[in-house]
Design a protein around this ligand. Structure first.
Ligand SMILES: Cc1cc2nc3c(=O)[nH]c(=O)nc-3n(C[C@H](O)[C@H](O)[C@H](O)COP(=O)(O)O)c2cc1C
Length: 362
């Protein structure tokens, strides 16, 4: 099972939803890099449950505990020391009892059935085990550090909600959302999204949506052709976020409806620098960044755990059975997935940036 990622940095995520702890080992961050614990905690809080009407009642502080790889000063600033960085979050608010009645009943939309086949019944099912959305917390520790390191080099990554169910935020790609609030630009659309989520929850159902991410300040030349392009690198991480079912770069599927003359981004020079007049390609050509903003969209499916009764099959008897998933679940995970998408983009970009810096030094 691969829960590792990276070429120049190496991130390994470990733990299960209800194990003693979840965590991350991050190797390859150069020694002497500084990041703020306060900024990292603020970032982690955006992913943590229990913050908005769209979230579960489960409260998890999700504050990382660093076991190795950094030294800390009194101002709450960490410095990497070159050794592998290890951080954990102890699991303290788990209720495995919620899952006892589901032992032989795979939940529709979850990895219960596939994990059961893959691991011959030895899988840890509680809370979704290693497949749980909770595993995005360690990804956010690693990604949150990379976000700060990128910022120090003038590269800014941010994501926001474009749509939830049928409600779309009409704001343009580069419009900023306030990350401390419900992460979309239009207040009217945001209000409508929240109302729809509340309606879905009240009817025992759930909703999905689309997240947009933009990275600005990137140099041209990051990434490699064919199988190690920026698209591949980002996709490898983004599909590690549970519930992600789609990804498009730049104008994505809309580009397929255009002619070449409509879709090509014409080159121009601005302040002595080569730019493109439009950015339909999302800042990537041949897998390599062209110096324009890198943009992509992520489709998140509706939360699979719902209170409504659905059909399943008993894995032991093969008899059909009915299931309604108990426990505390987000009726929509999209708001909490926004920082996870930022974390993935930051990890992929930081990894590619270190690779490019090595090429330039050769
Ligand atoms: C931040 C985050 C939180 C999640 N929380 C829940 C949850 O509370 N209930 C649930 O059913 N699914 C939740 N999920 C989604 C499931 O973990 C996921 O759909 C499931 O493991 C199956 O994986 P797949 O959708 O990638 O096939 C969450 C996902 C993320 C990214």
């Amino acid at each position: 099972m691969s829960s590792s990622y990276g070429e120049n940095i190496r991130m390994t995520v470990f733990g299960q939803s209800h194990s003693a702890a979840i965590g991350v080992v991050l190797e390859g961050i150069p020694a002497g890099k500084k990041f703020s614990s306060e900024k990292l905690s603020a970032f982690m809080t955006r992913r943590a449950p229990g913050r908005s009407p769209a979230s579960t009642a489960r409260k998890e502080a999700d504050i990382p505990e660093f076991l190795s790889g950094v030294t800390a000063n009194e101002a709450g600033e960490y410095t990497t020391c070159g050794a592998p960085l290890t951080a954990i979050i102890r699991n303290t608010n788990q209720r495995s009892g919620d899952y006892d009645s589901l032992k032989d009943l795979p939940r529709p939309g979850h990895a219960d059935y596939t994990a059961h086949v893959k691991y011959f019944g030895a899988e840890d099912r509680a809370g979704g085990g290693h497949f749980s959305g909770r595993l995005t917390a360690p990804m956010c520790i690693a990604g949150g550090i990379c976000l700060q390191l990128l910022e120090q080099q003038g590269i800014r990554v941010r994501a926001r909600i474009v749509s939830i169910g049928q409600v779309t935020d009409p704001a343009p790609f580069d419009a900023p959302a306030d990350p401390e609030k419900f992460p979309c630009v239009s207040e009217t659309a945001g209000q409508e999204m929240l109302e729809n989520i509340a309606r879905a929850r009240a009817s025992g159902d759930s909703l999905g949506g689309v997240i947009e991410c933009i990275a600005e300040g990137l140099p041209a030349g990051l990434g490699d052709p064919m199988f190690d392009g920026m698209e591949n690198r980002i996709a490898g991480l983004v599909f590690g976020i549970p519930a992600v079912k789609g990804l498009e770069f730049g104008d994505g599927f809309d580009a397929a409806k255009r002619t070449g003359s409509e879709n090509n981004d014409e080159f121009a020079v601005e302040n002595g620098r080569i730019i493109t007049k439009t950015n339909h390609c999302g800042g990537i050509l041949g897998g390599i960044t062209n110096g324009m903003p890198l943009t992509f969209r992520v489709a998140i499916k509706p939360t699979p755990s719902i209170a409504r009764t659905q059909q399943t099959v008993n894995l032991k008897t093969l008899e059909t059975a009915e299931i309604s998933v108990p426990g505390r679940h987000d009726p929509c995970i999209v708001p909490r997935a926004v920082p996870c998408v930022e974390a993935c983009a930051a990890l992929a970009i930081y990894d590619a940036l270190l690779g490019r810096q090595k090429e330039l030094a050769e």
